[in-house]
Design a protein around this ligand. Structure first.
Ligand code: ASP
Ligand code: MG
Length: 418
């Protein structure tokens, strides 16, 4: 049994959906569990619907949603000119909600609205595959993936989900070779939809791979595999044929956009190899990620934009000691923000975080009870694994260096454009 994950870019046009069908057909006879993301930029578009709804702009929300509906119906009719009742059910569900007034918090509505992107795309692709006789069974993942109600960043109930997969998915494979389902979404014990965080489909795929003891997992992307830097920023980025789980988990943690950071653990725990392959060039082998250590890697470069540096100074020149530091950590937990890098001095602390303006504001305000707080915006966090001085100098050129940290393997530099 293999697990496949196709991202939104792999199904953003009729030709690409047909291309995905061809890839799936080339695995005829194998058992596949396939996760497909929302089409193209649908998740972003649904976020806009949720924002408009929550701001009280009902008409705007309905209008934005109308466009999403039309886009999906167009694709469906170009692929297969038959109505698909489930699409209407999904549309109606969202529209009903949009006619209400928001009374709960934003994250709850976000999940109820945004989850429909993957339900729509998988329903359309499943239907198309069946009409071209690639027989498959569509599954609503929310019937299996149980989470808590931490909307937009829900945590999986691992045991409950494992049990559901054994009850529902394992027996299904005795009657079907292909199961098509969604990533990124789940449901609470009260059947409210939840999401696992942006780009969470890779993670869902890994959970399925773990629980079904898959032979391997493949993430089909629009690049040849994992590169040592983002090819959009570094045109001479190099392809890497093999990587260890450790390397990839580090890269993802530092902000490389290759794979969702939570994807590796479920695979590593069961020794399941991960393939990253190109849906545009399926003949290429792609990158393989496994527990085999890989030596002589090129420098791996990750740039994380949109960072803030918060400097927290002792108010009265007393040392920044445990009690203060613990209080600060509690603020991070309460506000749900995580430093990407931190450094301590005698009377000051430095933390670099993603610039989520509402959270940063809350944190700065709360922390100002304990420290004198300074916030520096528009900062970039550069991370280089397997670095050498020459490459770091080149990457820092023309920038103001605010702070840096290094180990033997990794250097991180927080910098600002001059
Ligand atoms: N559609 C979701 C997103 O764009 C989840 C995913 O594609 O992994 O974030
Ligand atoms: Mg995606």
């Amino acid at each position: 049994m293999k697990v496949f994950k196709f991202g939104g870019a792999s199904i953003n046009s009729i030709e690409r959906i047909q291309n995905v069908a061809k890839i799936i057909q080339s695995f005829t006879g194998e058992k596949l569990l396939i996760i497909i993301s929302a089409m193209g930029k649908t998740t972003n578009a649904l976020e806009k619907v949720a924002e408009a709804f929550y701001a009280g702009n009902k008409e705007e929300a309905l209008q934005l949603f109308q466009q999403i509906k039309e886009d999906h119906v167009n694709i469906l009719f170009q692929l297969n000119p038959q109505p698909l009742t489930i699409l209407n059910d999904l549309f109606t569900e969202v529209e009903w909600l949009l006619h209400d007034k928001p009374v709960r918090d934003y994250d709850y509505y976000y999940d109820q609205i945004v989850c429909c992107g993957e339900l729509l795309s998988t329903a359309i692709v499943s239907n198309y595959l069946n009409t071209i006789t690639v027989k498959n069974t569509w599954v609503d993942v929310r019937d299996n993936f149980r989470t808590d109600d931490n909307f937009r960043d829900a945590t999986l109930d691992w045991n409950f989900t494992q049990q559901k997969i054994e009850e529902n998915i394992v027996p299904l494979f005795t009657t079907t070779n292909i199961i098509l389902t969604q990533g990124f979404i789940g449901a609470t014990d009260e059947n409210e939809s939840t999401t696992l965080g942006r780009e969470g489909s890779d993670y869902t795929a890994a959970i399925f791979a773990n629980m079904l003891n898959a032979e391997n997992q493949t993430i089909w992307k629009d690049v040849e595999g994992v590169m040592n830097a983002d090819p959009k920023l570094f045109p001479d980025a190099q392809f890497i044929a093999a990587l260890s789980y450790t390397e990839v988990i580090e890269m993802a943690y530092y902000g490389a956009q290759v794979i969702h950071p939570k994807t590796i653990k479920p695979l590593q725990n069961k020794g399941i190899p991960l393939h990253v392959r190109c849906f545009l060039k399926p003949a290429l082998p792609g990158t393989i990620v496994s527990d085999t250590p890989v030596h002589n890697l090129p420098p791996i470069i990750v740039l994380k934009n949109n960072q803030v540096l918060m400097q927290l100074n002792s108010k009265d020149f007393s040392f920044v000691e445990d009690t203060l530091v613990n209080k600060l950590h509690q603020l991070f937990v309460d506000i749900k923000i995580r430093p990407n890098l931190s450094q301590n001095g005698a009377i000051s602390l430095y933390c670099c975080m993603d610039d989520k303006p509402d959270k940063i504001e809350k944190l700065a305000l709360a922390a100002s009870q304990l420290f004198d707080v300074q916030v520096e915006k528009d900062v970039v966090l550069l991370t280089v694994r397997h670095y050498n001085e020459a490459i770091v100098e080149k990457l820092k050129a023309g920038k103001i260096e605010l702070l840096s940290q290094k180990t033997q393997e990794t250097i991180q530099v927080l910098m600002k454009t001059n």
